[in-house]
Every structure is written in C-alpha cells, then in structure tokens.
Design a protein around this ligand. Sequence first.
Ligand SMILES: Cc1ncc(C[n+]2csc(CCOP(=O)(O)OP(=O)(O)O)c2C)c(N)n1
Ligand SMILES: [Mg+2]
Length: 216
Amino acid sequence: MIAKGGDVKRMMAELYGRATGYGKGKGGSMHVADLDLGMLGANGIVGAGIPIATGAALALQYLETGNVAVVFFGDAASNRGTFHEAVNLGAVWDLPIVYVCENNLYGVSTCQREHMKIRDIADRAAAYGIAGDVVDGNDVEAVHEAGLVAVQRARSGGDPPCSSARPGATRATSSATPAPTAIRPSTRSGSARTPSCAEPRPSSVGGWPASRRSIS
Ligand SMILES: Cc1ncc(C[n+]2csc(CCOP(=O)(O)OP(=O)(O)O)c2C)c(N)n1
Ligand SMILES: [Mg+2]
C-alpha cells in the first residue's frame, strides 16, 4: 500500500482507531483500504481476499481497462476452498490477475510441512492449467523482475493468472503464539531432533520435489 502511494499517517491513524484513519478508525489494521489507489484492503478472514480480487479482475476485464489485479495471501490460505475456486475461475476466464503467495512456511504456528504435502505452492497452479513460478522472497530484485513478468503475462491475456510463490521468510504469523521459527528445530513433537520447518518434507508420494522451475 505504501508502494502504491498510501498515506502512512492515515494508516497509523487507522491502527490507533482515530477518525482521521483510512476507515475512520473503525476497520483497524485488517481493513486498511484506499479505493482511489485501487487498494481493496486486507481481510481478517484467511483466503477471503482471493475471490474478491478475482471478482475485481473480472470487472477489469469487462471494462477493458488494461489494468491487472494482484492478490497476496499466505501458504496456509492456499489450503482454503476460496483459493481453489477463485484460481480455477481466474484461469478458465483468462482474467487479468496475478495470485501471489507470500510463503513464510507457517500458518500461525503450524509448519507448512505439517499442513500440506507439497513444498512450492506454485505447484498448485498446474491443477488449473496456469503458470506457477517460484521466486526468492528475500531477493527484492528477483521479486521485482518476477512481478513484471507475471503482470505482463496477465495483461497479455494469453496465460494470465500466474501463481507466484516462495518459501523464504522465517517469521510465523502471530508473535503472540509460541511458534518456532524456521531456523529453530520444532519442539511440537517434543523431540529436539524434529526437523525445522525450513527442511523439506520427506514424502513417498512425490511431495516436496528437490527442485522446480524457477522464474530466473
Ligand atoms: C477462515 C479463517 N480461519 C482461521 C483464521 C485464523 N488465522 C489467522 S491468520 C491464520 C494463518 C494464516 O496463515 P497463512 O495463510 O500462511 O498467512 P501468514 O499469516 O503466514 O502470512 C489463521 C489460521 C482466520 N483468520 N480465518
Ligand atoms: Mg504463512
């Protein structure tokens, strides 16, 4: 939102419940939005923004604006039906949208390896016949380049909805929850030798492939 030119003073005012905030202090951190900037806002319901953005992309396509919708969500959100239904529609309707998963390897305090059997969320794109790219989320230039490619692809209308995902960030969702970090061995099973969240999930069913297609 800051990158789009959002007013940080209005954002802070919203966080503190002030009338000068983006939502007159009634929305709080979860619902900072600025329609003039094209920001539809965040959502307190995990995965709920994905179909909303898909609807926005349908409007953009209908109005022939040439604009592209971009929606950000977490790894755990990609387990929700809202993700699968929305991405499927985005794909079959060739909508101008980029689905971006910010994979921090956690859903609150649950390791990704415990809530799904694949490693790269972008692998889910194949189920809907769209491109799925992985980029290093800690490499700002790589993210920028991948974003440009994905937006261009979405705008061209050819193979539009691109699911871009990346394991990399190491913070769990909630600082209030006793979550292990990705660099510390998980203690959830009570064993100090339990692999950390950052380690690939061993699987006999083809999950966690050793390598996959990269944007670069
Ligand atoms: C439908 C729904 N279920 C549960 C929650 C509680 N909740 C808040 S954040 C979160 C985990 C989200 O994980 P992820 O999608 O990976 O996003 P992250 O916070 O890691 O960026 C959950 C389960 C919620 N807000 N909405
Ligand atoms: Mg997450």
